[in-house]
Design a protein around this ligand. Structure first.
Ligand SMILES: *[C@@H]1O[C@H](CO)[C@@H](O)[C@H](O)[C@H]1NC(C)=O
Ligand SMILES: *[C@@H]1O[C@H](CO)[C@@H](O)[C@H](O)[C@H]1NC(C)=O
Ligand SMILES: *[C@@H]1O[C@H](CO)[C@@H](O)[C@H](O)[C@H]1NC(C)=O
Ligand SMILES: *[C@@H]1O[C@H](CO)[C@@H](O)[C@H](O)[C@H]1NC(C)=O
Ligand SMILES: *[C@@H]1O[C@H](CO)[C@@H](O)[C@H](O)[C@H]1NC(C)=O
Ligand SMILES: *[C@@H]1O[C@H](CO)[C@@H](O)[C@H](O)[C@H]1NC(C)=O
Ligand SMILES: *[C@@H]1O[C@H](CO)[C@@H](O)[C@H](O)[C@H]1NC(C)=O
Ligand SMILES: *[C@@H]1O[C@H](CO)[C@@H](O)[C@H](O)[C@H]1NC(C)=O
Ligand SMILES: *[C@@H]1O[C@H](CO)[C@@H](O)[C@H](O)[C@H]1NC(C)=O
Length: 339
């Protein structure tokens, strides 16, 4: 889960042949030690040149980087916002995160849960605005502003944020510049929270229904992607989309492929992978998330109400057709009631 800090070290062990003389082993250990030393130094030098407080921390704990893959440094930051002073919380470290997800995967709900924490500022889908992701330099400028705590919206906790981040959809520039963005995440110590949905058929229904409502505006003439009452949820779920069974399999495959590709691109970034269904079924997963973000445990709450509940046959116009299309395929499980 938290790979990437000491790649040389790990690979050296993977490549180790079964039998070796003790001299060879000693030589290998020497090489490893040298490589790690150089690596630590380069990290320290980079930090010193950045004049951040965290560099002081690492100097105080030399060698720790190669002992464990799961350490706090370089994930602790002491941002100095240009727009305000962190006041009494200036000495509290801040972690940087990004929620990597797709539309209609529960990330709106998940983000309201996170933002109910007194020390979390998750700034929403900021890359939905085109000119923030025109090119890689506008992306980096935007990220710098967020992680420097200079980004403001209703989620900002300002002084006492202990974790700051945003929600980033795979189709909002993230997959267009993977190398530069991975480099940025790893250089700045950004942790990734992947949030996906296991049941991609349910996600598809939500995508179609949401896109229908964008024009139909079922709720009193306004389009809502998320609702706060059972009545609204019930009204929205009355619409049953017709699913194109000709393109269904290839569309599910494509979504699955995109998710796998994102996991591959960002595999060297410190990350945790979450599934919406697991969060719904098991609230203790939220404690894992808080541990991952290094924030004190709190009971997280959201006012959002789930829209499509119950069996899928109630939510698809051409259910028999869809059932037949997925019968006997790898996606057959999506037909079952899974939570
Ligand atoms: C990147 O996009 C921004 C905003 O649209 C623009 O001002 C800038 O000139 C672009 N930079 C490059 C290198 O294309
Ligand atoms: C969380 O926020 C509270 C209230 O603003 C603050 O007192 C506390 O120090 C913060 N905790 C962390 C870990 O930043
Ligand atoms: C619908 O809109 C009307 C007029 O704007 C408003 O009075 C009413 O409260 C709304 N109803 C709901 C359910 O939002
Ligand atoms: C269904 O998908 C097929 C294959 O992608 C496409 O050719 C066809 O036009 C689609 N039908 C509708 C009604 O959108
Ligand atoms: C990520 O890297 C780990 C360790 O190198 C590997 O086991 C895993 O299969 C990789 N995952 C993906 C999705 O590439
Ligand atoms: C719920 O999640 C926690 C933490 O991930 C795990 O230890 C526990 O086994 C899960 N419980 C169930 C019933 O799946
Ligand atoms: C969360 O709520 C449960 C029950 O409502 C309570 O027992 C627990 O102490 C709370 N935990 C925190 C960290 O507030
Ligand atoms: C489902 O597939 C099985 C074989 O895989 C077949 O015997 C059965 O008739 C199929 N059912 C439907 C409803 O198509
Ligand atoms: C799909 O169709 C088959 C055959 O008609 C039926 O036995 C099965 O219950 C259906 N699956 C679901 C999940 O409704």
């Amino acid at each position: 889960m938290t790979e990437g800090l000491c790649p040389f070290f790990k690979d050296a062990f993977v490549l180790k042949p079964p039998k070796m003389s003790s001299l060879t082993i000693k030589m290998i250990m020497l090489v490893i030690a040298t490589v790690c030393g150089v690596y630590i130094c380069s990290v320290c030098l980079k930090q010193i040149s950045n004049q951040t407080k965290s560099s002081i921390e690492v100097i105080g704990r030399p060698g720790i980087i190669c002992e464990t893959n799961n350490l706090n440094y370089p994930y602790l930051h002491y941002p100095q916002p240009e727009t305000f002073s962190r006041a009494e919380c200036a000495g509290n470290p801040v972690r940087f995160f990004v929620i990597i997800t797709m539309q209609r995967s529960g990330s709106g709900w998940f983000e309201t849960l996170l933002n109910s924490h007194v020390n979390v500022s998750s700034n929403g889908e900021i890359f939905s605005v085109m000119d923030r992701r025109d090119n890689v330099s506008s992306i980096i400028r935007t990220l710098d502003k967020v992680y420097n705590l200079d980004w403001f919206n209703s989620a900002s906790k300002n002084e006492c944020s202990a974790a700051v981040g945003l929600k980033w959809m795979l189709n909002q520039g993230l997959m267009d510049y993977p190398e530069e963005i991975v480099e940025y995440f790893n250089r700045r110590g950004v942790s990734a929270v992947f949030l996906f949905r296991r049941n991609l058929l349910r996600r598809l229904i939500s995508v179609l229904a949401n896109s229908f409502d964008r024009h139909a505006k079922i709720l009193n003439g306004t389009h809502k992607s998320h609702v706060h009452s059972l009545e609204e949820a019930e009204t929205l779920s009355k619409y049953k989309p017709l699913i194109n069974s000709t393109s269904l399999l290839s569309s599910l495959k494509e979504t699955e492929f995109t998710m796998a590709q994102a996991l591959t691109y960002f595999n060297s970034t410190r990350h945790i992978t979450l599934y919406y269904e697991d969060l719904i079924k098991n609230r203790t997963k939220l404690a894992d998330v808080q541990d991952f973000l290094g924030i004190p445990h709190m009971n997280l709450t959201s006012r959002q109400v789930k829209i499509h509940k119950g069996h899928l046959r109630e939510h698809i116009k051409n259910w028999i057709d869809v059932n037949k299309t997925l019968n006997g395929t790898a996606y057959e499980k999506f037909l079952q009631l899974d939570y």
